[in-house]
Design a protein around this ligand. Structure first.
Ligand code: FAD
Length: 436
């Protein structure tokens, strides 16, 4: 009997591949499977802090920007949860982050194409020319392996936490990345001093949480960033138009050198802090100092942390700091250090068998076509699509939830060989170039 060949297999089930699975669900002529190593959908669990919100409107759910009538929309989820009126009275566009997670879990449990506890361990190209891929899966509960054949692949493996070299090698209980903050919450509560490093949204959310609990647990807090300040994310309406299909099209066509330069100067579009989080923090600082109350809390911009060492008798850590504008070096003592130092793209080990097939740029990054295909060194009948590791080619919007739905439309239309989800045109008021 001939082995079944799927039309597409997705590696990883984060929001990007889950959205793809949801949009593929009604299209019966495309046979798809998605594999996730975790036991269930779980979106950045270490950062599901109560009170945090999605940073995009609820319309950036898994499907709405492609097809609001798809059954996996957030509004349909609310209907199933009997929460339509609650959300209506909430009068907010952004859902809580833990509700986004619950919504995605709800969708993933209903999508037959999504398989969990399934780690993709290898991918082997087959045929001359290559016309299919063999995808090997390990069941993370039983250790059993299975292989599946597919014409097209889609990599949705996300990014990994980035801990600077200067902070590595210490006890992971005490010095950890923000991605595991909730797992370390109890450790924080027992500490005498805590230092948060970074000035993005994660750093601010953790600082706000620690500040709220400070009077109960009695620790001191330092909030340190190399940046010039604790700046807001640029969220005004015309700036948000950078997260549009039009800006991706404009950015994609620029020379690579220029793209790298532009991207490095766009940090406030995606790396700053939501204004409402800054307001919460300021309000807490104000209230906690009423009547001249002492507060052992220090906020330090312009300060880089260059190294860490453990103090004698394991009584905490010394952070080597430098106020770079004045060139002053000093030490800060802290029992716990939270590095909110961001995430970076990575190439998963499971595709090492494809490394000769894939085209890489001089910096070891994927070369990605405008329509999200990896550029390959050989002719193939199918394609390898990607969701991450392409900020250098597609720019600032490539990690945005709302734009991922547009990317999924483009990918599905290519797999189907016809226009199933028509593109949306004229989405913004500004022109990034005259003839666009
Ligand atoms: C804390 C946080 C909050 C964010 N909030 C927002 C926001 O509000 N709005 C917004 O637009 N963007 C946000 N982002 C950015 C982006 O939307 C998210 O990072 C999003 O999770 C990316 O989705 P993904 O599907 O690419 O990857 P991920 O969510 O990282 O999922 C990738 C999955 O692939 C799995 N995997 C990896 N390798 C394998 C393998 N070999 N086999 C099987 N499975 C594998 C992983 O286990 C993981 O579950 C946020 C990012 C972070 C870190």
């Amino acid at each position: 009997m001939r082995e079944k060949v799927y039309d597409v297999i997705g590696i990883g089930i984060g929001p990007f591949n889950l959205g793809l699975a949801a949009l593929l669900d009604p299209i019966k002529e495309i046979d798809s499977l998605f594999f996730e190593q975790k036991e269930e959908f779980d979106w950045h669990p270490g950062m599901l802090i109560e009170g945090t919100r999605l940073q995009v409107p609820f319309m950036a759910d898994l499907v709405t920007m492609a097809d609001p009538t798809n059954e996996f929309s957030y509004l349909n989820y609310l209907k199933h949860q009997n929460r339509l009126y609650n959300f209506y009275f909430l009068q907010r566009l952004e859902m809580p982050r833990n509700e986004y997670n619950h919504y995605c879990q709800w969708a993933s449990e209903r999508l037959k194409s999504c398989q969990f506890s399934s780690k993709v361990t290898s991918v082997t190209p087959l045929g001359t020319p290559i016309d299919r891929y063999e995808v090997e899966i390990e069941n993370t509960k039983t250790g059993e392996t299975h292989s599946y054949l597919t014409k097209n692949l889609i990599l949705g493996v996300g990014t990994i936490p980035s801990l600077p070299k200067s902070l590595r090698g210490m006890s992971e209980e005490d010095v950890f990345h923000s991605s595991t903050y909730l797992q370390h919450e109890d450790r924080c509560k027992k500490a005498k001093s805590i230092t948060v490093i970074g000035s993005g949204q994660s750093a601010a959310e953790i600082f706000r949480e620690l500040l709220k609990e400070r009077t109960e647990h009695g620790y001191s807090i330092n909030w340190i960033t190399r940046s010039k300040g604790f700046f807001p994310m640029e969220e005004t309406k015309l700036s948000l138009e950078h997260f549009s299909p039009e800006y991706i099209d404009y950015f994609y066509e620029l020379p690579q050198e220029q793209k790298d330069e532009i991207f490095s100067n766009q940090q406030l579009l995606y790396k700053g802090i939501s204004p409402h989080t800054i307001t919460d923090i300021y309000n807490l600082l104000y209230e906690q100092t009423v009547g001249g109350k002492e507060m052992d809390v220090t906020l330090m911009p312009l300060t880089e942390v260059n190294g860490i060492s453990e103090k004698e008798a394991k009584s905490g850590y010394e952070l080597k700091c430098r106020q770079w504008e004045k060139g002053e070096s000093f030490l800060i003592e802290s029992e716990v250090v939270v590095a909110a130092t961001g995430y970076r793209p990575f190439v998963p080990n499971c595709i090492s068998g494809l490394s000769n097939l894939i085209q890489w740029d001089d910096l070891g990054r994927y070369n990605v076509s405008k329509d999200y295909k990896l550029m390959l060194n050989e002719d193939t009948t199918g394609e390898i699509f990607v969701h991450s590791g392409m900020q250098h080619t597609h720019g600032v919007g490539s990690t945005n939830l709302g734009l991922s739905v547009n990317r999924n439309k483009i990918i599905i239309n290519q797999i189907a060989g016809k226009e199933i989800y028509p593109p949306l045109e004229d989405n913004i008021f500004q022109k990034f170039e005259l003839n666009s």
